[in-house]
Design a protein around this ligand. Structure first.
Ligand SMILES: NC(=O)c1ccc[n+]([C@@H]2O[C@H](COP(=O)([O-])OP(=O)(O)OC[C@H]3O[C@@H](n4cnc5c(N)ncnc54)[C@H](OP(=O)(O)O)[C@@H]3O)[C@@H](O)[C@H]2O)c1
Length: 336
């Protein structure tokens, strides 16, 4: 990424129509509304990526009414670089819009060497939020998550750390990610006792991965917590991208990611069947995959990734058709 490359970049003024088409859903029983589609910065925003492309994706997102940007301490690569790039672009383009944005960060995965840069200790979490705020040039994040459960740290230690982050004014709300139903209920009880606004669980959920239907969504509903679905496109498999083979610039062709050629090849027959249903609905597969998630009452927002502004524009058009016939649901279930 060329940090000082200003070619082709003009001052950004957000589209005045940006709130006219996006839908905003309530996060569980909280006061927070989130866009039906949110943007994640896991890939495509690191130092290895093109800054102008990253900037165009962020500007396009906000122009489409996407107010929620999702980051984590270790997004990049290298770790921390997505937050640093986001901070630089925030300063250039989004600073006047701070109160219109809902920005997330997280700690829980491997971040720095030694015993204090991973998992769920108070020591790690308190240091990590300070690092994230510094990298992004923010006074606070809107939501701070524990990124994954840590079986060896008492849950109370982790939840009290999250609560203290809120009390210190470094986050407005808290969330958890990748927690199973039982741990989620325990976390909800602790956070309720601590009177800390626990508003979101971030969970992997797509037509290809429906584990949340086995208890998690009910637990969230019982506790008034929203669910934001990550990897809704199964990292690109649930798009038209792989229907005719694996493009060289795709995630599956790069070895930086968790998606590989074998996974795509193993799912190809399902991808083709689903793409055929989408086509009959007048949608791209990506649009149908997002619409299918938004059709579920427990879902507050669908958290997509995008390697181009064009993909994001295509994905947001999912909102044009959220209704499914029984026949369509049957075929989708058979290809889940
Ligand atoms: N909490 C957690 O543990 C966790 C874990 C994973 C992700 N997340 C969050 O969720 C966000 C989304 O995850 P994800 O990136 O895996 O989501 P995804 O939406 O399933 O996959 C995004 C990828 O799909 C491809 N794509 C998107 N739209 C497309 C379109 N219209 N046509 C063709 N290809 C398209 C692009 O890949 P190409 O690069 O191939 O173009 C894009 O980078 C992350 O950024 C992160 O914020 C959280």
């Amino acid at each position: 990424m060329k940090i000082n490359d200003k070619s082709g970049v003009i001052n950004y003024v957000a589209d005045s129509e940006r709130y006219n088409t996006m839908t905003y859903n309530r996060c569980g029983k909280s006061g927070v509304l989130l866009p039906a589609i949110s943007l994640g910065l896991w890939h495509n925003f690191g130092f290895v990526d093109n800054q102008n492309n990253a900037r165009e994706i962020l500007r396009t997102a906000f122009d489409l009414g996407i107010t929620h940007f999702d980051l984590a301490n270790n997004y990049g690569p290298p770790y921390g670089s997505a937050e640093e790039n986001f901070g630089m672009l925030y300063k250039k383009d989004f600073k006047p819009y701070r109160d219109e944005l809902f920005i997330a960060s997280k700690a829980g995965y491997d971040m720095w060497p030694g015993p204090y840069g991973n998992l769920g200790s108070r020591k790690y979490i308190m240091a990590s939020i300070d690092q994230s705020l510094k990298r992004m040039g923010l006074d606070y994040v809107d939501i701070f998550y524990h990124h994954r459960p840590d079986p060896d740290t008492p849950l109370e230690e982790t939840m009290v750390a999250l609560a203290d982050i809120v009390r210190q004014g470094k986050a407005l709300y808290v969330g958890i990610s990748n927690y199973q139903p039982k741990e989620t209920a325990e976390a909800a009880a602790l956070l309720k006792e601590l009177r800390v606004p626990f508003v979101l669980h971030q969970a992997r959920y797509s037509i290809f991965d429906r584990w949340v239907e086995d208890g998690l969504l009910n637990t969230l509903e019982n506790n008034g917590v929203g669910c934001i679905a990550f990897s809704p496109l199964a990292q690109g498999m649930l798009t038209n991208k792989y229907v005719n083979g694996i493009p060289e610039d795709s995630r599956a062709a790069k070895n930086l990611t968790y998606l590989d050629r074998e996974q795509v090849e193993n799912n190809l027959h399902k991808i083709k069947n689903l793409a055929a249903v989408a086509e009959k609905r007048g949608q791209k597969l990506s649009q149908m995959a997002i619409a299918w998630l938004l059709n579920r009452p427990a879902i507050t927002s669908v958290l997509v990734g995008a390697s181009s502004a064009k993909q994001l524009i295509e994905n947001v058009k999912a909102l044009d058709n959220l209704v499914f016939s029984e026949e369509e649901k049957k075929i989708i279930n058979a290809n889940s």
